[in-house]
Design a protein around this ligand. Structure first.
Ligand code: B1M
Length: 235
């Protein structure tokens, strides 16, 4: 544990799980990646599921960061440090979430749209989709129409996921969907969109197949579309 904490040494194994979550929130906020990693490991050691550590711990902590960023209490460098700490924790959970033994049920290409570099939510969606048995091709951030089309051509996914966190970048999703139409492949692929500024009405307006409020909804929605698709194929 680093000396940035109180003079009193913190011994995780002697703490209640709730206190560890509180500490994880504080350490995420302060961008202490090593400490967040220790806390993630401690909770896993207590038989917490990777999903609970992710949602109750890391996502909960990041929500607090988001509120203070919005309110001008935190600034970009601090949020970057918090994001780095979040990613360090996610790196431990990723293989565990993917280890569910689920057989491959489909393929998804996902990326954050052009002009947008937010990737924590997208990475979370990728992790949860992998855990649910999807093969995920993550094309990263700042993805252009060409990037999406190239990945679709190469991997022939059933699902395309797009993420946007800025009101200025979310309209780019329509540009991608229009490009799919122009290429004559729109009907071949299910388009799921997500990101904090989006909503159902926006998804409908740009003619996406569905808006996904969070990663769990993305998984459920993708599975639902896969079963509709599979029943059509076998009919
Ligand atoms: Co930025 N940022 N940011 N930021 N940032 C927001 C989005 C903002 C809301 C903060 C605020 O002012 N309140 C605001 C946007 C305002 C707006 O457009 N309405 C904002 C701004 C303004 C900016 C900059 C312009 C700031 C600046 O430079 N002045 C700049 C833009 C850079 C750019 O992209 N060009 C910027 C930069 C950054 C950092 C680099 C510092 C950092 C990103 C680090 C990274 O991602 N590697 C950052 C962060 C961390 C945030 C906040 C604080 C947190 C976002 C996050 O990771 N949330 C955010 C505030 C907020 O959202 N409350 C903010 C946690 C994550 C788990 O949730 O991403 O919503 P989320 O993902 C969820 C769902 O939305 C959904 O599932 C996920 C998991 O449950 N989902 C999908 C997301 N994508 C999906 C795709 C799917 C399905 C579901 O496909 C199927």
């Amino acid at each position: 544990m680093s000396e940035e904490h109180d003079e009193e040494e913190i011994i995780l194994s002697e703490m209640e799980s709730d206190e560890i979550i509180e500490l994880m929130f504080e350490d995420l906020y302060d961008g202490y990646a090593d400490e967040v990693v220790e806390e993630v490991n401690e909770l896993l050691g207590r038989k917490w599921t990777p999903y609970d550590v992710l949602t109750k711990g890391l996502v909960g902590g990041m929500n607090i960061v988001g509120i203070d960023f919005r309110d001008g209490i935190l600034f970009v460098p601090e949020v970057l440090m918090a994001a780095k700490a979040m990613k360090a924790g996610m790196a431990i959970l990723r293989p565990l979430l993917a280890e569910t033994g689920a057989s491959k049920i489909g393929t998804m290409v996902i990326g954050t749209v052009k002009g947008d570099i937010h990737d924590i939510g997208k990475n979370l969606v990728s992790m949860m989709m992998e855990g649910a048995g999807f093969e995920v091709i993550d094309i990263g951030i700042n993805s252009s129409v060409e990037d999406y089309l190239e990945a679709i051509e190469k991997h022939n996914p059933e699902i395309l996921g797009m993420s946007a966190l800025l009101t200025t970048t979310m309209p780019y999703m329509r540009v991608v969907i229009d490009a799919l139409k122009k290429k004559g492949i729109r009907e071949d692929i299910v388009v799921l969109v997500g990101g904090a500024p989006l909503n159902e009405a926006f998804a409908e307006d740009i003619e996406a197949d569905a808006y996904c409020r969070d990663a769990a909804v993305a998984v459920d929605t993708a599975k639902k579309f896969m079963s509709i698709r599979n029943s059509r194929v076998s009919a």
